[in-house]
Write a protein that binds this ligand. Structure first.
Ligand code: GLP
Length: 245
């Protein structure tokens, strides 16, 4: 696991975009795994800005998102579909037919199997972008999820619902379930880029850097992967700094 330290959230976005752009420019028919949440927004902003100024093309890019809420229509303002189009897809030239997100309105078990199948048909994910939950979740894989899990339906932890409540009108509006790529699906990506910013994530980052592998801390599965880069800002790294200096 390689750690890149950056100053702040904005710098994380620049650094992450630099790595993603390098892979996009140098990989034929690249398959990206993308994430939602507050964390990757500055990354997507940098990608959009580069597309506008340098014209980097996304015609050859396929993308699979990590997760989607169940019972939320794709065109709902709080769906992850809407999020991705708003922050990225509307602003770059990725072909519509190469964009994949789980469908939260489809028959769930079938959709999980189909999603996994579609990823395989595209040759797997070349570069997976990840955020992390305060409890160490990746995608929506909550503590206790098997490390060999494939795309599946999850009941969201109460803490995850609360953390995401800021995007909804009220707590009752926050969905209780989601479809997420499994930890096994994530680990099959050829390369993983994990983004961690802000003080709220410092405990999770400290735990990750502790290198103990434990199913109660989903992100620790990444220690089983040979090509993971973590980009972390100072605020997230503060626990490390105070213990090591
Ligand atoms: C959400 C998403 C995850 C995301 C994480 C952190 O629930 N399902 O994919 O990485 O929680 O979110 P944020 O980046 O907003 O802190």
């Amino acid at each position: 696991m390689k750690l890149i330290q950056v100053e702040d959230y904005q710098d994380m976005g620049k650094k992450a975009a630099e790595i993603i752009l390098d892979r996009v420019r140098n990989t034929e028919n690249i398959v990206l795994g993308l994430a939602t949440g507050g964390t990757p927004i500055s990354t997507y902003e940098n990608i959009v800005q580069d597309h506008q100024t340098n014209g980097t093309s996304y015609q050859h890019v396929t993308s699979f998102n990590l997760d989607e809420y169940i019972g939320v229509r794709p065109d709902h303002p709080n769906s992850y579909h809407t999020f991705m189009y708003k922050h990225l897809f509307h602003h770059i030239n990725i072909p519509q037919e190469k964009i994949f997100l789980p469908n939260g309105m489809a028959e769930q078990q079938q959709e999980c199997r189909d999603y996994e199948q579609r990823i395989r048909e595209h040759g797997g994910i070349d570069l997976q972008v990840l955020g992390i939950g305060e409890n160490g979740h990746i995608g929506f894989n909550e503590p206790g999820t098997a490390f060999d899990s494939t795309t599946h339906v999850v009941d969201l932890a109460e803490s995850t619902r609360q953390a995401n409540a800021r995007f909804f009108e009220s707590m009752e509006d926050v969905p209780k379930q989601a479809i997420t790529m499994g930890i096994g699906s994530i680990l099959r990506s050829k390369e993983i880029l994990l983004l961690i910013a802000g003080e709220a994530k410092s405990k999770a980052l400290a735990k990750l850097l502790d290198k103990q592998v434990d199913e109660q801390f989903p992100a620790s599965a990444l220690h089983h992967h040979a090509n993971v880069t973590v980009i972390a800002d100072k605020a997230a790294l503060q626990t490390q700094m105070s213990t090591h200096h």
